[in-house]
Every structure is written in structure tokens, then in C-alpha cells.
Design a protein around this ligand. Structure first.
Ligand code: PEP
Ligand code: MN
Length: 263
């Protein structure tokens, strides 16, 4: 079902009035985690004005250490829904397990499957039974073939609205947090009709590299980017080093929209 063979034209995933995989690139932006009501609503308004089309935010966070901030849970989702009402922008948030799926699906517009859950088959089947678009991130150490098979789990459970997201893979390189595999875009284009986004924030781990890789993502043909933005990255409860400031995002967004018209 994910294959281009029986589906020659590109799929478009509709989220409200936004088309992911349509003519122009989509920008998803927001902090790694929702940290408080006021900070989230404030940045959501700024991001909307600066050209973001979808708001991101984590309420259930897959942290390496169990002692790190784990997210605000349902309260975080409620805050995202409020920010969505205020800005008119749809939202995306990660769902980590089958138990909290109904809750996440109730509050957000797109369900994010994180890299660490790319092969959580019960979760893939469960999101496949919902009617919400699903953004499936590539696993940290998974091949493109394995990634497409995971997409197949969602599609075959009855949900046609799958968006792929390349977020960097593990290699021997340590200068960046992960190695952003831009090759994935043309490879996916050849093999599949599904839309594909790039996450240059996790893909590099350093905010200084994010603008260049964001532009590269559009140049290589991605359907958009998902970037982390924080009002004060130094104080962020997760992923501060890779988060753009609002000002940096304001400078980047028009380049992405212009490049997308050109590409
Ligand atoms: C995230 O988007 O904040 C996240 C946890 O991403 P990933 O699953 O790619 O690590
Ligand atoms: Mn993050």
C-alpha cells in the first residue's frame, strides 16, 4: 500500500486547510515539549505570525533518562488544543503507547509516532485504526525498507493518511547528534507515494546547523520540515541545544516558503 507501483501519483494528506505533500512545503514548528500554558500559547502566536502552519509540542516525551522531564501529559495536550483555538493552526504531538492513544487523538490533529516506536507494531496497528493523520518518524537505526514496512502496518489497518519524517540515523559520526539522511527523500520518492518531511532539529542536534539543513531539505524535494523552536533555548526542559530561537525561526521561514515555490 505504501508502494508507488500501484499508486503512481503522490499522496496528499489533508489537515484542516493544509495539504502535506501538495504543491508547497509545510512548516511544522514549536518547542520540543509543552512546558507551561503561558509559554506555549505565547510561542504559538509568534510562530503563526512568522509562517508556521502546524504547531508541534510534546506532552508525552520519550527521554533517554527516566529522571529527565517526561512531559506534562494530558495537561500539555489541553494547552496545545487551546493554542490551536487561538491561532487557528492544527497540532501534532507524539503518542507513545496504545493506552494514551485515545487521549492524544482527542486533543491533537496529527499523531506523531516517534523514532523509538517506529517498530512498535501494536501501536502502529492502533493508530492505523484511527481516522487521524499519522506522522511516522524513521527509527534511529532502521533501513528505509523497514520504515516503509512500518508505514504499511498503519495503511493496512485502514488509515491512508501517513506522512513519513526523516529525523537522522545513528552513524559513527559524533560531530552531530544524528546523521540526517537526506538520501532518504529521493529514495522514498522512488519507492513510495507517501509525503515525506525532514526534521533537521533532531537530525543535527545543533541549532546552528538547522537553517542550512532546512533549506537542503526543501532543495532535495521534501514536502516540508518540522523544526523545534523555543523562546529561551538555554532554559528548555528538553532539546534546547537544537532549538531555534523565535527570531531565528522568523528569519528561516520565508526562505523555506520561497525555496519551495522555486523547487
Ligand atoms: C521529538 O520530535 O521531540 C522526538 C522525540 O523525536 P524523535 O522521535 O525523532 O527522537
Ligand atoms: Mn525533541
Amino acid at each position: 500500500l505504501a508502494s508507488r507501483e500501484n499508486h503512481p501519483e503522490n499522496s496528499v494528506v489533508q489537515v484542516g486547510d493544509i495539504q502535506i505533500g501538495g504543491k508547497s512545503a509545510t512548516i511544522i514548528a514549536g518547542p520540543c515539549s509543552v512546558e507551561s500554558r503561558d509559554s506555549y500559547v505565547e510561542i504559538a502566536i509568534e510562530l503563526q505570525k512568522a509562517g508556521a502552519q502546524i504547531l508541534r509540542g510534546g506532552a508525552y516525551k520519550p527521554r533517554t533518562s527516566p529522571y529527565s522531564f517526561q512531559g506534562m501529559g494530558e495537561e500539555g495536550l489541553r494547552i496545545m488544543a487551546e493554542a490551536s483555538d487561538i491561532t487557528g493552526l492544527p497540532t501534532i504531538s507524539e503518542v507513545m503507547d496504545v493506552e494514551t492513544l485515545p487521549l492524544v487523538a482527542h486533543y491533537v490533529d496529527i499523531l506523531q509516532i516517534g523514532a523509538r516506536n517506529m517498530q512498535n507494531y501494536p501501536l502502529l496497528k492502533a493508530v492505523g485504526k484511527t481516522k487521524k493523520p499519522v506522522m511516522l518518524k524513521r527509527g534511529l537505526a532502521n533501513t528505509i525498507e523497514e520504515w516503509l514496512m512500518s508505514a504499511e502496518y498503519i495503511l493496512s489497518a485502514g488509515n491512508p493518511s501517513v506522512i513519513l519524517c526523516e529525523r537522522g540515523i545513528r552513524t559513527f559520526e559524533t560531530a552531530t547528534r544524528f546523521t540526517l539522511d537526506l538520501n532518504a527523500v529521493p529514495v522514498i520518492r522512488k519507492l513510495s507515494h507517501l509525503p515525506i518531511l525532514i526534521d533537521p532539529s533532531h537530525g543535527t542536534g545543533h541549532s546552528g546547523y538547522v537553517p542550512a539543513l532546512s533549506r537542503a531539505a526543501i532543495a532535495v524535494g521534501a514536502d516540508g520540515i518540522m523544526v523545534e523552536v523555543h523562546s529561551n533555548p538555554a532554559e528548555a526542559l528538553s532539546d534546547g541545544p537544537q532549538s531555534l530561537t523565535v527570531e531565528e525561526f522568523r528569519r528561516l521561514a520565508p526562505h523555506i516558503h520561497q525555496l519551495s515555490d522555486f523547487c
